[in-house]
Design a binder for this molecule. Structure first.
Ligand SMILES: Cc1cc2nc3c(=O)[nH]c(=O)nc-3n(C[C@H](O)[C@H](O)[C@H](O)COP(=O)(O)O)c2cc1C
Length: 371
């Protein structure tokens, strides 16, 4: 069944969402140096509580998986307490939240992960420099994961998921997109393994399926989502079998009962998108392809509606939510949208370019709940 309105309530696992708009996960580097979420993050997410669902930024499930400085984590009690302040603030503002769990794999550096060498399917370095506290540095050759490393990583995803639910999240999203660890296992150019986790498609999808299953076993499949990015070349990824790889992954997930599958760079004209939609019987979140230099004047509404017409159930938007705390209201009413100011502010600390994007003025007699 295709949906026609972005602005109608819908069910997602145990939740009722007030609309079909999802805030895409966005790393904003506003956590403390040890990965603990800050009160500033609580304020930022609470401002955006009218999203049907917020998927909070990537949080690493262990120290080795850390990507960049000041990114969020969830593997200590301090991290959990910080996230609890975030979920409390969003809940008080009327919102609903999942948390994305991400292991960076080769997208990391010993200076960002307490001296640990990044882990990856194969010892193939990132083909670009990486941000560290002392500036951009050459990538290091990652260490090929042993079966013990793999088992421990799967367990860390499950433990982080349990911690997330205990900290007030409605569920978690497993990050198997954009060139991070699980995507490195999916893609042939980063996975040269000859064991059960490499080689043909059945081997390369194995870790993503195992992590999704372990997380689902820990917190319930109805609280577990999975993000994929077919053909996205971020972080040096080059897939050579996209059109076979993702339908095989979808087949392997059939019967898993996951809350949703989330597709980055979703283009209704691409065969892989249509194949995923045809094969996946559950909820599909689609993140449309918007221009990189400037947000469309309608904030992405037309692109979102095209994807609904192509069978998506929920639409994820990133930068439109980043720049517009009240995006849902602006899309609904056709009000103009704020553009992203100064892209460099995306990944630096502090409130500028973070919590200072203005909401529309409240109509006379009404007060904004997050004012
Ligand atoms: C500042 C920023 C941080 C991002 N961080 C993440 C992240 O932590 N996890 C993830 O899966 N995608 C991340 N992305 C990708 C977004 O979720 C989204 O897929 C992308 O921005 C395209 O959507 P948009 O055109 O609506 O912004 C990030 C994007 C931006 C702009």
């Amino acid at each position: 069944m295709t949906h026609t309105s972005l602005f109608e309530p819908t069910a997602l696992g145990p939740l009722t969402l007030p609309n079909r708009l999802v805030m895409a996960p966005m790393t904003r580097n506003r956590a403390a140096a040890d990965g603990t979420p800050t009160d500033l993050m609580a304020e930022y997410y609470a401002q955006r509580a009218t999203a049907g669902l917020i998927i909070a930024e990537a949080a690493t499930p262990n120290a080795a998986g850390r990507t960049y400085p000041d990114t969020a984590a969830l593997h200590t009690d301090a991290h959990a307490a910080g996230w609890r302040r975030v979920t409390d603030a969003v809940g008080a503002a009327g919102g609903r939240m999942f948390l994305q769990i991400q292991h960076g794999g080769r997208v990391g550096h010993p200076d960002n992960s307490g001296g640990r060498t990044p882990l990856a399917p194969s010892p193939v370095p990132l083909p670009e420099t990486i941000h560290t506290p002392t500036g951009r540095q050459a990538p290091v050759v990652p260490r090929e994961m042993t079966h013990d490393d793999i088992r421990a990583t799967v367990a860390d995803f499950a433990t982080a998921a349990r911690r997330a639910v205990d900290a007030g999240f409605a569920g978690v999203e497993v990050h198997s997109a954009n060139g991070y660890l699980l995507h490195q296992f999916l893609a042939g150019n980063t996975n040269h393994r000859a064991d059960a986790y490499g080689g043909g498609i059945a081997g390369r999808i194995r870790l993503t399926v195992e992590v999704a299953a372990a997380v689902a076993a820990a917190i319930g499949p109805e609280r577990t989502g999975l993000r994929i990015s077919p053909a996205v070349t971020a972080n040096g990824i080059a897939e050579d079998d996209t059109d076979a790889l993702y339908p095989a992954l979808v087949d392997a997930l059939a019967g898993s009962g996951l809350a949703y599958l989330h597709v980055v760079h979703a283009d209704p004209d691409r065969p892989v998108f249509r194949a995923i939609r045809a094969g996946w019987r559950g909820t599909l979140i689609a993140n449309p392809v918007l221009p990189l230099d400037r947000l469309p004047a309608d904030g992405g509404r037309a692109a979102a509606e095209r994807l609904l017409a192509a069978g998506a159930d929920l639409i994820a938007l990133g930068r439109p939510f980043l720049a517009n705390p009240d995006l849902v209201e602006r899309l609904r009413t056709g009000a103009p949208v704020n553009q992203v100011r100064d892209a460099y502010l995306m990944y630096v600390g502090g409130p500028t370019g973070y919590t200072d994007y203005p909401a529309l003025p409240a109509p006379a007699g009404e007060r904004l709940s997050y004012a």
